[in-house]
Design a protein around this ligand. Structure first.
Ligand SMILES: Nc1ncnc2c1ncn2[C@@H]1O[C@H](COP(=O)(O)OP(=O)(O)O)[C@@H](O)[C@H]1O
Ligand SMILES: [Mg+2]
Length: 607
């Protein structure tokens, strides 16, 4: 039997699409306030918005009739026909938000238009109007949303933690405050002020939200090409982050995430920026409304452009010129494919990828290939990769402990290219990457200390301060106690600064600003892991931390080390339970065992 669904049910279903979580309620309400021409918007939350979301504005307000209408689905004052979709100036236009919100929460709407004597108070719960009164209220609109999803228990159960939710909300308000500097924004959570951004210019908003260090680092950007304009600020490469979420991009005042724009920005930075970093950027892009499609997705975060190439060229040039004006020489980024082969590339196999890690072994897949090029006559083709000749323990992951302990260092034979240690071990010849070995040894020591809950902590001679934004503050604050268990002591300073006071002593006695920034980003990106405190070997964030320290602190490829240093390195490495790979799975050493050596010299042929 087919029945027609009643409006309440339809709205509740639709709410699932538009309203996923407290952050989406905040988004919809604040966008409505902006569309209503407000110059002041205040957001108050309790328990990450789960208990209360209250948005107050000084915008146009609504008359009694419109208020009632606004609660229905597909009622909007913002567009009238499909044609209007191609020239949208407002943030909202679908007319679904209020109807959805009131169907899944307990809502109070207070609203009054400037010239009306009295305003309206409507109380709605689960889509049903409980009361409707004329009252005297301030001009503008105040909407309170209590107990979101009180009537959708499944959804309430799946809501993320308060911190995660606040992270989203704070980030969104941050974006809106940057997109609309002429509006004052404030965000209060559990009676604590999270964002206070009085209206002003973009730079003053950056200052209020990100703090003076970042505001001072801003370099202005302004470039126009016909009817395309890019304005805003970028920052020098030294402020770049590991994390991508310092890219604030607005198209027609709408915060967007867009690959074309991101790529153009990176291209503009050229080689000034390492491959794994993203700059801090605040850019407004203005183009004709009919050349951008915002109606791709209900949340309107994605956009499409009709002239991508034009946009790309303008942004790239705008960024490049501003950096150059600020005294930086920009060299064009060469993409991987354009990379010219070096001598080394020509001699080894084509699969060499020496890109990401300096100590990555350029594992040439077959020795015979190399010999061919060197003009040797190869009688027997060796098409097996080198690990075939490694002791079987390396390929079989179980029951390897005993066999490892058999491997002992006899003597160091030398170090070649200031990178690889050659040594004689009982099984044959050992070739070891000094950097990878050191990284692995440090990693194992650290893991061991964590397991024994006895971390050697080093107070930093000079604590390092890192700028953070409001949305990160709560996340980091939340992790503070757990991070102490890993040897990191942090202190939050005001709204925009984190002070790193101590680090595990395995990582040294001093730490650069660069490294501190990366650490904070790693903590943030792995917040869930750190909170859960799983077994240390399973923690990616520890591997990340070790590898950034290793890249900067461990013995590197090219560092000259003494024979006795090499000796202790190899000895320590061989003591480990799993000496063969670095924390990221790249090889630390290979052993050419006797059998392999015999094969090379054809001593295995009985002729
Ligand atoms: N804060 C507000 N101030 C004035 N009018 C509002 C406000 N919030 C909502 N409205 C009115 O209610 C209508 C419906 O809102 P909504 O459901 O969010 O749909 P949309 O924003 O897509 O039009 C809006 O078109 C607007 O006319
Ligand atoms: Mg809306």
């Amino acid at each position: 039997m087919i029945i027609e669904l009643d409006t309440l049910t339809i709205n509740k279903i639709a709410a699932g699409e538009v309203i996923e979580r407290p952050a989406s309620v905040v988004k919809e309400l604040v966008e409505n306030s902006i569309d209503a021409g407000s110059t002041q918007i205040k957001v108050v939350l309790q328990e990450g918005g789960m208990k209360l979301i209250e948005v107050t504005d000084n915008g146009s307000g609504m008359n009694h009739n419109d208020t009632l209408l606004s609660l229905k689905r597909h009622t909007t004052s913002k567009i009238a026909t499909a044609e209007d979709l191609f020239s949208i100036t407002s943030l909202g236009f679908r007319g679904e938000a209020l109807a959805s919100i009131v169907s899944v929460a307990q809502v109070d709407i207070f609203t009054k238009k400037e010239n009306d004597e009295l305003g309206t108070h409507i109380q709605v719960e689960g889509g049903k109007i409980l009361s409707d009164n004329n009252i005297s209220v301030a001009d503008g609109t105040k909407i309170t949303v209590r107990n979101l999803f009180y009537n959708v228990p499944v959804r309430r159960k799946f809501l993320k933690s308060e911190t995660t939710e606040m992270n989203h909300i704070t980030e969104y308000i941050t974006k809106l405050a940057l997109a609309f500097p002429e509006i004052s924004f404030s965000l209060v959570h559990n009676n604590r002020s999270v964002i206070t951004a009085p209206k002003g210019e973009l730079i003053s908003q950056i200052n209020s939200i990100f703090g003076k260090n970042i505001a001072k680092a801003c370099i202005p950007v302004s470039k126009t090409e016909e009817d395309y304009t890019v304005t805003g600020f970028i920052t020098k490469p030294e402020f770049s982050r590991k994390s991508r979420d310092y890219l604030y991009i607005f198209v027609l005042n709408r915060p967007v995430v867009n690959k074309v724009i991101t790529d153009a920005i990176l291209q503009g930075y050229g080689t000034a920026l390492p491959h794994d970093r993203t700059p801090i950027v605040f850019l407004n892009i203005n183009i004709p409304k009919n050349e951008v499609d915002v109606n791709v997705h209900p949340t309107k975060k994605e956009v499409r452009f009709s002239k991508e190439a034009k946009l790309f060229a303008l942004i790239e040039l705008a960024v490049k010129e501003s950096l150059e004006k600020s005294g930086l020489a920009i060299f064009e980024r060469v993409s991987e494919t354009k990379h010219k082969p070096t001598k080394l590339d020509q001699h080894s196999a084509p699969s060499v990828v020496p890109k990401t890690h300096p100590h990555q072994i350029q594992s040439s897949p077959s020795l015979s290939g190399v010999k061919d090029k060197l003009g040797y006559k190869v009688v027997k083709t060796r098409d097996k990769s080198i690990d075939y000749f490694l002791p079987s323990t390396q390929r079989v992951t179980s029951s390897k402990k005993q066999e490892y302990s058999q491997k002992t260092l006899i003597k160091i034979l030398g170090i070649i290219q200031d990178t690889y240690i050659i040594a004689e071990v009982n099984e044959g010849l050992l070739l070891c990457d000094q950097h990878a070995a050191h990284e692995k040894i440090n990693y194992s020591k650290y893991i061991d200390q964590i397991k024994r809950k006895k971390i050697n902590v080093q107070s930093l001679l000079a604590p390092v301060s890192v700028s953070i934004k409001p949305s990160e503050l709560e996340v980091i604050n939340d992790l503070k106690t757990n991070l102490k268990g890993y040897g990191f002591e942090l202190e939050i300073f005001g709204k925009n600064e984190i002070l790193l006071r101590s680090i595990p002593s395995i990582m040294g006695v001093a730490i650069s600003y660069e490294l501190a920034k990366d650490l904070i980003d790693i903590f943030k990106e792995n917040a869930d892991q750190i909170r859960k405190q799983i077994k240390p070997e399973g923690l990616d964030f520890i591997k990340d931390i070790i590898s950034i320290f290793a890249c900067r602190r461990s013995i590197k490829a090219g560092d000259k080390i003494s024979v006795s240093e090499a000796e202790s390195l190899v000895e320590n490495l061989l003591k480990l339970e799993e000496p063969y790979t670095c924390p990221h799975g790249r090889p630390t050493m290979v052993v050419l065992n006797q059998k392999y050596i015999e094969e090379i010299f054809h001593r295995d042929y009985k002729s």
